[in-house]
Design a protein around this ligand. Structure first.
Ligand code: FES
Length: 213
């Protein structure tokens, strides 16, 4: 199946930004399926569990240094075109259950040339100077989306080969995922640090809860 998916997508024939793969796999051996499943026991509404994260208005975006380590907050000026950061909320250290909160809140921060971004008018202020932030938790069954192909702006989930278009609201362009990666609305504060405008506006992670409706 992987071979067929690879041939149809043409992904491996093109040059990958491998540092984002290695960065992802080294820095974030979390989350996904087991953690996210455990977040939603049967007597609790999974939508409620997955739609609230530690992001809120004014929280700075900080580097994910792996495990429990939270790195420095990120200035917009330090994000060059084509770069990818693995990001957590700066206040993650205050979480009672850090690992599960991280599993929900982890984000990929990517900067594109602004002219390559396709944004609906109502989402124009969700990005900053071509910098966009998307949930790193695949909407199929929750693996970390890890591969960024810089020249096509495609993100690949290594578990079942879903691909998402970073330039077009992280819509699914291939594979079993059924919905885009949720986007975190961002801007900058007075000191030039990237901050969240709000929490995600939809649940992160797997969409199995849709089948429960
Ligand atoms: S978990 Fe990402 S494609 Fe299946």
């Amino acid at each position: 199946m992987f071979k067929v998916a690879d041939e149809e997508s043409g992904f491996s024939r093109r040059t990958l930004v491998r540092n984002s793969l290695f960065g992802a796999l080294i820095a974030f051996p979390l989350p996904g399926i087991t953690l996210l499943r455990s977040l939603a026991p049967q007597d609790i509404d999974p939508v409620e569990v997955l739609k609230h994260t530690m992001w809120e208005k004014g929280i700075r975006l900080a580097r994910d240094n792996g495990g429990h380590k939270i790195g420095e907050p990120i200035r917009a000026a330090d994000v060059t075109i084509g770069s990818v950061f693995h990001v957590v909320p700066e206040n993650l250290g205050t979480a009672k259950d850090l690992i599960n909160e991280k599993a929900k809140a982890i984000v990929l921060l990517i900067r594109l040339d602004e002219k390559d971004l396709k944004e609906r008018p109502e989402r124009k202020d969700w990005s900053y100077n071509g910098i966009v932030a998307y949930s790193k938790v695949c909407t199929h069954v929750g693996c970390p989306v890890a591969l960024n192909e810089q020249h096509t702006h495609h993100l690949l989930c290594p578990c079942h080969q879903s691909q998402f278009d970073v330039a077009d609201e992280a819509k699914v362009i291939f594979g079993p995922a059924k919905r885009p990666l949720p986007q975190l609305p961002i801007t900058v504060d007075a000191d030039g640090y990237l901050i969240a405008r709000s929490d995600f506006t939809e649940p992160v992670g797997p969409s199995y809860w849709e089948r429960l409706k």
